[in-house]
Design a binder for this molecule. Structure first.
Ligand code: UTP
Length: 294
């Protein structure tokens, strides 16, 4: 029987330099796709997968994330007085229960591996999910739920992967696939940003993980890797010497909302998927006469 995954870590302490000046005072994870901040989508995905404790590793300017996951009594009272009960109900539904969120500071953005390590005391000696909120996934069920299903079979460490064109592998962490089906195969190696000719596959690590707590000690001693940052992939490579890793080629579509193109595309796709927005949005798009540009 596997130890249950109850806790999820959300690293939200990056500088978001690709999105300046929007991210000068606003955390990247509060950028909205239609009307929900990216961090809310990630928390929703974690709740759907059965996560009970939400750990945010924040940095400067991230107080607004803490406020987002808090009750806003003034706003709620106003909505109540104005009879906006549906909006009020939706706001309350978005919140994790009281006492089920924790916030810690990374202090310096030394890399994703360092951000994860900052959560070590809160997570303790337990397996945990790790969700990068700037990666948005549209899947049914959600990608973390698909990974939890694999975890129930295999335990150990789970990584969500997706295919990219071979010409793009050098921008990502790339895995080596062993035997097993798409929804749970042995992962036999990984490499961060390989040259195209050295890449072991075109399957990339895409921003959702289930990890065992032994990763924390490895990250503690991890020297700086690519880009002068403490890299999670380097820590996972070492952990692979002693623990099993399973890959899940998830069903669904991802949007890299840390990049402008991914973010804009996500807004279009999510807007067209909304019953209350689709028709009006399409009408405006038609007026733009995009055919000429496409
Ligand atoms: P990214 O590398 O996409 O984020 O990290 P970034 O550094 O903020 O973005 P750019 O490249 O400058 O535009 C993926 C996730 O890891 C977090 C980020 O907040 C993001 O959610 N992260 C990254 C940290 O929490 N701390 C870090 O030191 C680095």
């Amino acid at each position: 029987m596997q130890k249950r995954v109850r806790t999820a870590v959300f690293p939200v302490a990056g500088l978001g330099t690709r999105f300046l000046p929007a991210t000068k005072a606003l955390p990247k994870e509060m950028l909205t796709v239609v009307d929900r901040p990216l961090i809310q989508y990630a928390v929703d995905e974690a709740r759907e997968a059965g996560i009970e404790h939400f750990v945010f590793v924040t940095g400067r300017n991230k107080g607004v994330i803490e406020d987002h996951f808090d009750r806003q009594f003034e706003l709620e009272t106003t909505l109540e007085l104005r009879g906006k009960t549906a909006a009020l109900k939706a706001l309350r539904q978005d919140l994790p229960s009281a006492g089920r969120t924790s916030f810690t500071r990374q202090q310096e953005p030394l890399g994703l591996g360092h951000a994860v390590w900052c959560a070590r005391d809160i997570v303790g000696n337990n397996p945990f999910a790790l969700l990068l909120p700037d990666m948005l996934f549209k899947g049914e069920p959600g990608v973390l739920k698909q990974m939890m299903d694999a975890y129930e079979e295999t335990g150990g460490n789970i990584i969500a992967v997706e295919e990219v064109p071979e010409s793009e592998v050098s921008s990502y962490g790339v895995i080596k696939r062993g035997e097993g089906p798409d929804n749970g195969f042995r992962l036999t190696g990984m490499v961060e940003k390989p040259k195209r000719e050295d890449a072991p596959s075109n399957l990339i690590i895409s921003g959702r993980y289930i990890l065992q707590p032994e990763i924390f000690n490895l990250l503690a001693d991890q020297p700086r890797g690519a880009g002068g940052e403490i890299q999670l992939t380097d820590g996972m490579q070492t952990l692979m010497h002693t623990q099993e890793f399973t890959g899940v080629k998830y069903q669904g579509k991802s949007f890299d909302c840390g990049s402008k193109i991914g973010f804009l595309t996500a807004n279009v796709v999510y807007a067209l998927d909304r019953d209350d927005i689709r028709e009006g949005f399409l009408k405006e798009l038609r007026k733009l006469d995009l055919d000429e540009q496409l």
